[in-house]
Design a protein around this ligand. Structure first.
Ligand code: SAH
Length: 232
């Protein structure tokens, strides 16, 4: 009886393991293609960013049923009417803050937690705020399961930032605001960089790079983008 059981277990494993590995490989090669064709080809060259994009399993962050298209060159639904940005935009925004391993970063608009995970592959601590309570909870659970212990999720209005852990080396805002929220500028370190889509609610916005200097703020609009609106 025991030997029959052993036999079944061994064969079961032989059948299962390649199945699991095969699936893993399939997503891994999709990620590799995504990085080459969508991200490197458009000029993102920061090694840390490219490696992070190669590592984070984007298919585990999209809404159910979208796993098969998770690595396509487009934004995707994550539930509650919200979307996860196109991979290139996530990579480009991450490159624009010039991330370093010692950084403490604040993200506004946790959504699925994907951008936070990409940041966590590179930097030391990530604080992220999500307005929709259910999304915040889902993202926190997902990130915990994946052992992204450096990411701290809070539900609330990101307009006010997260003063308790300020100042931040960088701030990444992933919802479109009409203007740059002053509390976020306040919570940025001198020399720190913030990337934020700014513009009208219904058409496109510009990705704005804000650099905080000693006594002033220098801003530059970079590329037109489309983000879901910042909730006030
Ligand atoms: N960065 C996310 C995608 C963000 S979509 C990801 O990687 O999946 C934008 C998110 O910003 C949405 O989830 C939306 O609910 C959230 N949001 C909008 N206004 C907000 C606000 N004032 N404070 C915090 N989050 C906000």
């Amino acid at each position: 009886m025991v030997s029959v059981l052993n036999y079944m277990v061994v064969w079961g494993m032989l059948l299962l393991v390649p199945g699991i590995l095969g699936q893993g490989d399939q997503y891994e090669s999709q990620r590799e293609q995504m990085v080459k064709r969508q991200i490197e080809a458009r000029g993102v060259s920061n090694r840390l960013v490219l490696d992070a994009m190669r590592t984070v399993p984007r298919h585990l962050f999209v809404a159910e049923g979208y796993e098969g298209v998770a690595y396509w060159d487009r934004p995707l639904p994550i539930g509650y009417g919200q979307t996860i940005s196109q991979p290139y935009i996530v990579a480009y925004m991450t490159e624009l803050i010039r991330p370093e391993s010692s950084f403490k970063v604040l993200e506004i608009g946790t959504g699925s937690g994907y951008q936070a995970a990409v940041l966590a592959e590179i930097v030391d601590e990530v604080y992220t705020i999500e307005f929709v309570d259910a999304l915040a909870q889902q993202a926190a659970e997902r990130l915990e399961k994946m052992q992204y212990n450096k990411v701290h999720v809070k539900s609330g209005n990101g307009y006010d930032g997260w003063a308790e852990h300020a100042p931040y080396d960088a701030i990444v805002v992933t919802a479109a605001a009409d203007s740059v929220p002053p509390p976020l500028v306040e919570q940025l370190k001198v020399g720190g960089r913030m990337i934020i889509p700014v513009g009208g609610r219904f058409d496109y916005q510009y990705l704005r790079l804000v650099v905080k200097k000693e006594n002033r703020v220098v801003s530059r609009d970079i590329v037109p983008v489309r983000f879901v609106p910042f909730i006030r």
